[in-house]
Structures are given as structure tokens and as C-alpha cells.
Design a protein around this ligand. Structure first.
Ligand code: UT7
Length: 351
């Protein structure tokens, strides 16, 4: 069999319309615009409206990615959804998304690896493609963390935002795709970012509700220390494993959790600011959605080109971390929207 590669052929995003600024938060809790900007780089975040669900925002992002790749739902072989904020604990949100997309009988699973989930998903998709098992995979990172945040806790509520991003990975004969990756976890730090109740350790009870244990608790300082310790090293390792140097990275697209953490990782490998993509100011931390949303925005801003080498790095609850160096295919052509012929063929097939 000829050597197979896995190219990223489409991407899409959805961010809710509603914006909550730091000034809005000043009215809710004891905080200030100045503190939030200085310590995190966040100015505003998008928050879903009542009734919006993780499956809905995922489907919106997925449709955009599929349109860019020129795919219909039936063309998908697998759907991987990275999220820590699904519609339900059971069933998996990936199956809701499969159904809503109309991807009949396509395999779908949900992957939980905190904010590093999207990179874990991308790497997993690549393995299915390299093995020859599948040709076309949809990878989604989607979160509605706002539903799990205690809006009276200034340690967490200022940090997070909602949104979804998606990419399509497809088999290709052109050398490209994930060139190297690093996946890591250290569960000894689990208590530093945790939603204490609602699982098997502390099932929902009147007491867990009264004590408000169904919201995120975070020891920000510990997570910060962990992130600055791990991220730069993971990025450096991934670049080295790819046989590249920092000079070869066209754009660094990190998980958008804290501008200071991003700077520290970039500094560790000597990446200059013009090769770092940052949009945390407008979205806050959208967890598993942050890298695919940033990828879309970087592309919209003309900062991503065919043949570019990108570096992704993320960390989050678990504690987990992940880094990947990804080369985009050069020969990828923008696909037109499926025209009437394709729609007719699809309709005839359905019949
Ligand atoms: O995807 C993974 C998700 N988690 C993260 O990325 C979090 C990583 N950690 C961080 O980003 C930072 O630790 C934070 C932004 C959360 C906090 O920044 P920090 O520089 O580590 O502040 P700190 O926790 O050391 O707190 C400094 C002070 C404290 O007051 P005292 O004890 O010095 O009087 C806090 O109570 O800032 C106070 N503080 C706030 N003040 C105004 C904490 N949150 C706020 C707030 N507004 N929202």
C-alpha cells in the first residue's frame, strides 16, 4: 500500500452571539477589567443563550468544516467529539451530533481530555487514517463551560467562554498532516481543576446541590504552575520529534487559556510574537474548542496558507497536556459547495 497521510481539508467554527465583557462581570462579582486583562489577557467572552446545547453548536461548526472540504454527511467515516461539557452524561453527545448531521450509521465517540481534548482527537483521527481503516474523519472540539461555572466565583467565571470548532481530516498521498505529537497526563493533579459532584464518587444528592458541588473548582495558581512547567517542554519535544526547529514553525496556535501561559511556552522555544496566534482577548478559554476556533480565525485573517507548518499545544483538567506539529497539504484546492448534480445524486442514493 502506498504511504498514507492525513491532511486537514476543512475547518469551521461556531461562537455564540451573546458577549459578556469584563465590565459586565464587574457588575456581578468583585473583579476589575484591569485585573482580568493583566492576569489573563481576556477582554470578553461569548456565552450561549438559554436553550442552546453543545450538540447544536458542534453541528454548526461541523457543517462549516464539511462545506469547506466539499463533503456531505454520508462521506464521513467517523466522528470524534472532544468535550467536557456534553448535552448529557449519557448518552454520548457524539451520537446526538451524528444524528443531527444526518451522518447515517457513522461511528461516533466522545473523548474527554479536558482542554487538551481537541489535540488528542486530532492525533486519534490521524491513527485511523494512517492505519487505512478510515479515509474521512470529523474532529470537533466543543464546550459550553458557562453551564458548569459558579457565576459567583471570581476565580473561575472570568476565565471561560463557549464555542465550537471542527476540522475534517482526510487520507492523502501528499506528505502532510500530524508530523509529531506529545500526549501526556498526570492525574495526581486532578483536584486542581475539578467538578466534585455528579460522578460515581459523589452522586447527585440534595447535599451536593445545597453545597453547589456541580460547578468547576480550580486552584488557578497550581494549574498555572503546571502549565508553564509542561507546555514549553511539550512544544519543544514535538518540534524536535518532527525533525524541525522553531524556525520551521509558520504559526503557533496554542490553547487560549491565559496570555501569560502562551507567552511562556513561546518563549521556551524562542518563537517571536508575530508567529503566535492569540484571540483569547475576545473568547476567553473555550477549553477543547479553543484551538480549532483559533485555527479558523487565523485562516480568516490570512495567517494560514497551504503547505504551512503549525504547532498546537494545550493543557487542561486531568491534568492533561498535548502538543502536535501539523503540516497542511499544499495541493488542497478549495472545494465548491456540492452543486445540483451532487445533490441530485445524493437524493437518488437516498431513494
Ligand atoms: O485550560 C485550563 C484552565 N485553567 C487555567 O488556565 C488557569 C491557569 N491559571 C491562571 O490562569 C491564573 O492562575 C489565574 C488567572 C486563574 C489567576 O492569576 P494569578 O496571577 O495566578 O492570581 P492568583 O490566583 O495568585 O490570585 C492573586 C490575587 C488573589 O488575591 P490575594 O489573595 O492576593 O489578595 C486573588 O484572590 O487575585 C485575586 N483574584 C482576583 N481579583 C480580581 C482572583 N481572581 C480574581 C478576579 N478579579 N477575577
Amino acid at each position: 500500500m502506498a504511504q498514507r497521510y492525513a491532511d486537514i481539508t476543512g475547518w469551521g467554527k461556531y461562537v455564540p452571539e451573546r458577549v459578556i465583557t469584563n465590565a459586565d462581570l464587574e457588575k456581578l462579582i468583585d473583579t476589575s477589567d484591569e485585573w482580568i486583562i493583566q492576569r489573563t489577557g481576556i477582554r470578553e467572552r461569548h456565552i450561549v443563550s438559554e436553550g442552546q446545547t453543545t450538540s447544536q453548536i458542534s453541528v454548526a461548526a461541523a457543517r462549516e468544516a464539511m462545506e469547506m472540504a466539499g463533503l456531505r454527511p454520508r462521506d464521513l467515516d467517523l466522528i470524534i467529539v472532544a468535550t467536557s461539557s456534553p448535552d448529557y452524561l449519557t448518552p454520548p453527545v457524539s451520537a446526538q451530533i451524528q444524528d443531527m448531521l444526518g451522518a447515517k450509521d457513522v461511528g461516533a465517540f466522545t473523548l474527554v481530555a479536558g482542554c487538551a481534548g481537541f489535540v488528542y482527537g486530532l492525533v486519534t483521527a490521524q491513527q485511523f487514517i494512517l492505519s487505512g481503516a478510515y479515509d474521512t474523519i470529523l474532529v470537533i472540539g466543543a464546550e459550553i463551560i458557562s453551564r458548569f461555572v459558579d457565576w459567583t466565583d471570581r476565580n473561575t467565571c472570568v476565565l471561560f467562554g463557549d464555542g465550537a470548532g471542527a476540522v475534517i481530516m482526510q487520507a492523502s498521498d501528499e506528505p502532510c498532516g500530524v508530523l509529531s505529537f506529545v500526549l501526556g497526563a498526570d492525574g495526581s493533579g486532578a483536584q486542581h481543576l475539578i467538578m466534585p459532584a455528579g460522578g460515581t464518587v459523589m452522586p447527585t444528592s440534595q447535599e451536593t446541590l445545597d453545597r453547589n458541588l456541580h460547578t468547576l473548582r480550580m486552584n488557578g495558581r497550581e494549574v498555572f504552575k503546571f502549565a508553564t512547567r509542561k507546555l514549553g517542554k511539550a512544544l519543544e519535544q514535538a518540534i524536535r520529534q518532527a525533525g524541525l526547529t522553531t524556525e520551521d514553525i509558520d504559526l503557533f496556535i496554542p490553547h487560549q487559556a491565559n496570555a501569560r501561559i502562551i507567552e511562556s511556552a513561546a518563549r521556551h522555544v524562542g518563537l517571536p510574537s508575530e508567529r503566535i496566534f492569540v484571540n483569547i482577548d475576545r473568547y476567553g478559554n473555550t477549553s477543547a474548542a479553543s484551538i480549532p476556533i483559533a485555527l479558523c480565525e487565523a485562516a480568516e485573517a490570512g495567517r494560514v496558507h497551504p503547505g504551512d507548518t503549525l504547532a498546537f499545544v494545550a493543557f487542561g483538567a486531568g491534568l492533561t497536556w498535548a502538543a502536535a506539529v501539523v503540516k497542511l497539504g499544499k495541493h488542497r484546492k478549495p472545494h465548491p459547495k456540492p452543486g445540483w448534480r451532487a445533490r441530485l445524486a445524493s437524493w437518488l442514493r437516498r431513494g
